[in-house]
Design a protein around this ligand. Structure first.
Ligand code: FES
Length: 99
C-alpha cells in the first residue's frame, strides 16, 4: 500500500498530496505548487517554512536549521518528508500557473 500524506499550504490554502518517498518540495512541484527553493539539498535555507500542524522528518542528518528553529517548527521542504498530514505556512507559495 502506498501511503500518501495531505498537506495544506497556508495562507493561500493550496492542497498537496505527498506520496511516500517524495520530499515536500518535490511533491509540491509535481502538484503544480511553487514553493521557494534554490539548492534543493538542505543548505541554502531558501525554502525554509514552518509546520503549524503535523510532523516531518528530514532526509539528511544535518539540515541547515539550528535547534531553536527546529523546536519552533521550522523545516526545509527540499529535504523533508511528512510523517503525518500537515499544515505548512509559506506565504510565498503559489500555483505554478499564477502570475
Ligand atoms: S532549497 Fe536550499 S535549503 Fe531547501
Amino acid at each position: 500500500m502506498t501511503l500518501h500524506r495531505r498537506v495544506l499550504v497556508v495562507p493561500a490554502g493550496l492542497a498537496i498530496v505527498v506520496p511516500a518517498g517524495l520530499t515536500l518540495l518535490a511533491a509540491a512541484l509535481a502538484a503544480g505548487v511553487r514553493l521557494p527553493s534554490s539548492c534543493r539539498n538542505g543548505t541554502c535555507r531558501e525554502c525554509r517554512c514552518r509546520v503549524l500542524e503535523g510532523e516531518v522528518r528530514h532526509t539528511i542528518a544535518w539540515p541547515g536549521l539550528d535547534a531553536d528553529e527546529r523546536r519552533d517548527g521550522w523545516v526545509l521542504p527540499c529535504v523533508a518528508e511528512p510523517l503525518t498530514d500537515l499544515v505548512l505556512e509559506q506565504p510565498r507559495a503559489a500555483r505554478v500557473d499564477s502570475p
